[in-house]
Design a protein around this ligand. Structure first.
Ligand code: MG
Length: 371
């Protein structure tokens, strides 16, 4: 089998707001082969940037666009192609957007491997003993504790046993953040896990006071309270509080997570399959985390392509961590797959079809296609 084309499709809502919601546009990658099998993947990043990285002509031997490296190659040689893409973009890559682009391609290559063999990605990764994974509902923090209570109650009524509020109106003061948490806990009682995601970094002093104040409220984790590169500050924070500290949605590659774990000393890492290096790199990051006694709970806030990949991956991990399930009503969140992935009683069935187990809804693609 040979790769014949790498197509980047950008979808974008008519109005994009400057809020912490990454479901307003998306880059989908389709990899075409001479046997008619088409793999799909996505990069969760600036779609316009990774489109350039994929389509760029070569500047020199270690500064090449990714598409020209893939045309004519065997798509089943996923590890070979991953290393070649990384090495051949190493002047301008190694982190950030190039790894996001490699992630999109990697997911599409695993999808092709599954379709070529008739196996799901979870089977290809070693199989799983479960049919469903636990989801946590993930939502932006609304403008008032009362509204947060109302949303938490509605999500609990839908059957979610874990709920995360993030970004939005968090980070405006320790007392305000604490008032939100108290209100949410009061609304849902003691049987539901609550996660809090600050998202935009606050100071170490703020984060430490908040984390200590949250110790009495049974928080499952406090996410991204500090800027992503402040590893010494993360180490000081984790040593100062009992609340598990989670971060990593902006981190990429095995070596990035090695730094986060060994220098940042965080309790939970949150690699995103559409950013950190795809399934190929996530497998290695999962082993690293396991060896260090660190939990891996993936970041997942995008289309059902990413949700499917995350569900397939999580199902094969020994502890089957939560899958983040964004409950936004954005059409790019809900309508990109022909059969949308849903959570029922807080659980998601693992897609059983070959590869990632999702097909594109071409009507949605046509409606929101940017160019
Ligand atoms: Mg987050």
């Amino acid at each position: 089998m040979k790769i014949t084309d790498v197509e980047t499709i950008i979808l974008r809502l008519p109005v994009v707001e400057l809020i912490g919601d990454g479901t307003q546009d998306v880059a989908i990658v389709k990899i075409h082969t001479d046997e008619g099998i088409v793999g799909i993947g996505e990069g969760h990043t600036s779609p316009y940037v990774i489109e350039s990285i994929i389509n760029a002509p070569a500047s020199h031997v270690a500064s090449r666009g990714l598409k020209e490296l893939l045309i004519g190659q065997n798509p089943l040689d996923i590890g070979v192609l991953w290393r070649r893409m990384f090495a051949s973009s190493s002047v301008y890559g190694r982190r950030g957007a190039v790894i996001h682009a490699i992630s999109a391609i990697d997911l599409a290559l695993w999808d092709i491997l599954g379709k070529a063999t008739g196996l799901s990605v979870s089977q290809l990764l070693g199989g799983t003993e479960i049919q469903e994974v636990d989801a946590y509902a993930s939502i932006l923090m609304p403008p008032s504790p009362h509204e947060a209570q109302r949303q938490a109650e509605a999500l609990a009524e839908q059957g979610f046993r874990a709920i995360k509020f993030g970004w939005g109106h968090l980070g405006a003061g320790v007392a305000k953040d604490l008032a939100y948490v108290k209100a949410i806990r009061e609304a849902v009682g003691c049987d539901i896990a609550i996660m809090i995601d600050i998202g935009t970094g606050v100071s170490l002093d703020y984060a430490t006071r908040l984390a200590r104040a949250l110790e009495d409220h049974d928080i499952y984790f406090l996410e991204e309270p500090l800027p992503p590169d402040d590893l010494a500050a993360y180490a000081r924070l984790t040593s100062a509080t009992q609340v598990p500290i989670a971060t990593g949605e902006k981190e990429t590659t095995l070596s990035g997570f090695e730094q986060l774990i060994t220098r940042g000393r965080v309790d939970i890492i949150q690699p995103d399959l559409a950013r950190a290096g795809g399934l190929t790199e996530l497998r290695r990051i999962a082993v690293l985390a396991q060896l260090h006694g660190v939990r891996l709970v993936p970041h997942c806030w995008s289309t059902d392509i990413l949700v499917a990949a995350t569900v397939q991956f999580v199902a094969t991990l020994p502890d089957h961590p939560y899958v983040e399930f964004c409950v936004n009503d954005s059409p790019l969140r809900r309508e990109v797959a022909r059969e949308p992935i849903t959570a029922s009683n807080g659980r998601i069935r693992i897609p059983t079809g070959p590869g990632l187990g999702v097909a594109l809804n071409e009507e949605t693609v046509a409606r929101y296609r940017y160019h």
